[in-house]
Design a binder for this molecule. Structure first.
Ligand SMILES: [Zn+2]
Length: 329
């Protein structure tokens, strides 16, 4: 039997949904929420395979029926995965309209029709309104799963029509064991990568796969250079122009959290071990209020990027770096 890949930390969510399904209480719309990088899309795909399976066994798809064969060959006609045309771009109203055709026709294999929208927060207003109509009059045996790590960006009227499934962040030991196992690393190295990625295991795997270590070291070096006045704020900002700023600001925010925590607890421990000495030096000299203000600024700037408010990258970085340069003075 081919077991669906359900990560250990999502096991409870899995059992809960399977239970609803078995009692015929599964709602027609679910919103699957949890921080970025904990495996929501794997989870949704696995659950879709389970729902489509013709003879599931012990909360698992059987792996051998016609539906499982189609799913394993990556093409069940009753599973529809809706994503932006390009990562980071909005889901448009035309894409939702195309979905209507899928929902209105009869399931080809006679069971469920399952739709996964990923990420649900990428729907623009027109798309969200079009989906709303669908949620008001769902077809029979239709299950929609809306995935998001930005619940605040999903229209309240959509949220109110979906049952929420909260995916928890795993305990560090569980997540580190998973990362160590998957990437064949020792547990210290796995923990280090995991902490850079806010404890999210799939983000840690992506970090390793897409060579984000280079960007990471550019961040640490740039921050140190600004503090020691080896390079100007403008120069460092220029050197980061082409970087994934959302990622970069996310890392920077975690460093500021480390500094705040060190000040509050009078401790020298830093989660962001690769920047330990710099963060410790700053925490000894800086003012707590300034750290909070900078952390808030970083969050605000990151939000403007996420909301695609056409941020001027150079200006944005200069604002953040200028505040950083002043923090320990
Ligand atoms: Zn099956």
């Amino acid at each position: 039997m081919a077991k669906a890949e359900v990560f250990p930390w999502l096991g409870e969510c899995w059992t809960h949904l399977c239970g609803l399904h078995e009692r015929r209480r599964l709602p027609h719309a679910l919103i699957v929420h949890g921080v970025q990088g904990i495996g929501k899309s794997n989870f949704a795909t696995a659950f879709a395979h389970y729902l489509l399976c013709q003879s599931p066994v012990a909360d698992q798809p059987c792996g051998t029926c016609r539906a499982c064969e189609l799913n394993n060959a990556n093409g069940h006609p009753d599973l529809y995965v809706l994503e932006p045309d390009e990562p980071g771009k909005p889901i448009k109203v035309d894409q939702i309209r195309a979905l209507t055709d899928f929902i209105c026709r009869t399931a080809q294999q006679g069971g469920y029709r399952v739709v996964v929208i990923n990420p649900a927060d990428a729907m623009n207003v027109a798309a969200a309104n079009a989906l709303l109509k669908m949620l008001e009059e769902p077809g029979r045996d239709t299950v929609l799963m809306l995935l998001t790590d930005r619940l605040g960006q999903v229209m309240p009227t959509i949220k109110s029509r979906c049952q929420r499934v909260e995916c928890p962040l795993p305990d560090e030991s569980v997540a580190a064991a998973f990362v160590a196992d998957t990437l064949e690393l020792d547990s210290d190295e796995a923990t280090r990568i995991l902490r850079i990625n806010n404890g999210a295991p799939m983000s840690a795997l992506a970090y390793n796969e897409s060579n984000q270590a280079e960007l990471r070291s550019q961040l640490v070096k740039g921050l140190a250079d600004v503090l020691k006045q080896r390079r100007t704020v403008v120069e460092v900002a220029q050197s980061w122009q082409k970087a994934d700023l959302e990622l970069l600001l996310g890392w920077f925010y975690s460093m500021l959290v480390d500094i705040s925590r060190a000040k509050l607890t009078q401790s020298e421990a830093m989660q962001q071990a690769d920047a330990h000495n710099m963060l410790l030096a700053v925490s000894r000299k800086c003012d707590s209020v300034k750290v909070f203000e900078l952390a808030e600024l970083v969050q605000e700037e990151r939000k403007s990027l996420i909301l695609r408010q056409n941020a001027n990258k150079q200006m944005l970085l200069e604002r953040v770096l200028l505040a950083w340069s002043a923090i320990a003075r």
